[in-house]
Design a protein around this ligand. Structure first.
Ligand code: DGL
Length: 267
């Protein structure tokens, strides 16, 4: 089916999920919405994140999308279950695929989750992991300063190494053998995080797992794009076109030029 896939996030971070969709589903068209005017979601209440997510879904449905990917971990954690009930198209979140991979990969049955405050407090990663394997101990840690560090491009920087040490020392002490990068921005910090945690710790990137899950869901529902073709990518934001464009061009394997701005409050 030749309709686009709708992907949304609180801002630029969900582009790490788009990057995986581009790699794993290279013919599919994508419409991305980044809620750059209202970011961050990570410190907001469930009620607010649900309201924002519903507005975005209404916007994406006007674009006749065939499936929706909630690329934001916080929105997946706080809003997805409530939204799923009245959806006309399949919806894929990033939390369940990441949790599944973490439960499968852990040998010591000690898993770390790093995410926003909202995602950690929701306890959803723990719930999903323990549904798969109730023997797993899950330790969650909110790492709020990782988001601005990524947005400032400070990936390989002493200040980032210091923050990695500060946030992750606790998880290291618990001897976790799997660490879930449970926030859209964190896969971009995979190198400093892996260096600090050591090679014996497996990092799980939910973005990668989500693209895999999306592929399965499109197949199961007969929604795979019917021909090999050049895909069309459309980007929408609620504010800050230039900042979005330069972040997109540093993360995606394509050149992003046209970015549209919309009034998301009107949906
Ligand atoms: N996109 C958010 C997430 O994955 C991180 C940024 C925010 O707090 O909105 O949880």
């Amino acid at each position: 089916m030749d309709a686009p896939i709708g992907v949304f996030d609180s801002g630029v971070g969900g582009l790490t999920v788009v990057r995986e969709i581009m790699r794993q589903l290279p013919s599919e068209d994508v419409i991305y919405f980044g809620d750059t005017a209202r970011v961050p979601y990570g410190s907001k209440s469930k009620q607010t994140v649900l309201k924002y997510s519903k507005q975005i879904v209404r916007f994406l449905m006007t674009k006749k999308v065939k499936a929706i990917v909630v690329a934001c971990n916080t929105a997946s954690a706080l809003a997805l279950e409530d939204m799923r009930t009245d959806m006309e198209v399949p919806v894929v979140g990033v939390v369940r695929p990441g949790a599944k991979m973490a439960a499968e990969k852990s040998k010591t049955k000690s898993v770390g989750i790093i995410a926003t405050e909202g995602t950690v407090k929701s306890g959803i990663y723990t719930e999903y992991i323990r549904q798969i394997d109730s023997d797993v101990t899950v330790i969650g840690k909110a790492c709020p300063l990782f988001v601005p560090l990524v947005e400032e491009g400070l990936i390989e920087d002493r200040i980032t190494d210091d923050m990695v040490d500060r946030y992750l020392s606790e998880l290291k002490a618990y001897n976790v053998d799997v660490l879930v990068l449970g926030c859209t921005h964190y896969p971009l910090l995979a190198n400093p995080i892996q260096r600090y945690m050591g090679e014996n710790v497996t990092l799980v990137n939910p973005a990668y797992e989500t693209a895999k899950e999306l592929k399965n869901i499109l197949r199961e529902n007969g929604l795979v794009c019917s021909k090999d073709k050049s895909p069309v990518y459309d980007f929408y934001v609620s504010d800050g076109v230039d900042k979005f464009k330069s972040f997109a061009n540093s993360v995606l394997p394509i050149h992003v030029d046209g970015v549209n701005i919309i009034d998301i409050e009107s949906y």
